[in-house]
Design a protein around this ligand. Structure first.
Ligand SMILES: [Zn+2]
Length: 198
């Protein structure tokens, strides 16, 4: 499979999972769908699933930088080249997991409990939360396509893990990657502003 087709499929699966997740919000946690910024969510879904790969050749400052055009799960490729740390060999556990978005959500939870936040700080924290939720859904979608694609070859492996552990890793990360954002959405729809007329 060409790398462009692979990226397009990562993009398509990312969009598909993102749309399904959002439809779930609209159906079951409507108030959360009114609170979460859909643009921040979508941007981070794409970044986590496929990266902004179309920008690669365009030479736009920042957007054509490796870190942007590359999906965040694939950041282990340049990082390994740079550092030669063995745990960063591609399909590494820190990047082929939902560890990064969950850490960001943990940071959001910790910061948002601080008293005396001003308007701008609260707005910044909402962006952090919505971005981390999008990234969690996007990286889950990336894992789904990695697993589907590689199952046609030699099976899905996380670098350094056995086949069984890799599949368990996949299952745990998909559960957390889609489940934690849903739990947060549920909490938001209880505490968030009540939408008018419903
Ligand atoms: Zn991957």
């Amino acid at each position: 499979m060409s790398s462009l087709l692979d990226k397009l499929l990562h993009f398509a699966i990312g969009l598909g999972v993102g749309v399904l997740f959002w439809a779930g919000l609209e159906r079951y946690h409507r108030a959360a769908a009114r609170v979460i910024n859909p643009l921040v969510f979508l941007f981070m879904v794409v970044w986590g699933a496929s990266g902004l790969f179309l920008f690669r050749q365009l030479g736009i400052p920042l957007l054509s930088h490796t870190a942007f055009y590359m999906a965040i799960p694939d950041w282990d490729l340049p990082l390994y080249k740079l550092t030669r740390l063995r745990f960063l060999i591609h399909r590494s556990w820190p990047f082929h997991s939902v560890l990064i978005p969950l850490l960001l959500l943990g940071l959001w939870l910790w910061l948002s409990r601080r008293p005396g936040l001003n308007r701008w700080q609260r707005a910044g924290l909402s962006t952090l939360r919505d971005g981390a939720i999008g990234l969690s859904v996007g990286m889950s979608a990336h894992l789904i396509w990695d697993a589907l694609l590689s199952s046609t070859r030699r099976g899905f492996y996380i670098h350094g893990f056995s086949r069984g552990t890799s599949l368990l890793w996949l299952l745990i990360n998909l559960t957390l990657g889609l489940g934690v954002p849903l739990v947060i959405a549920r909490a938001l729809s209880r505490t968030g502003p009540v939408s008018s007329g419903e």
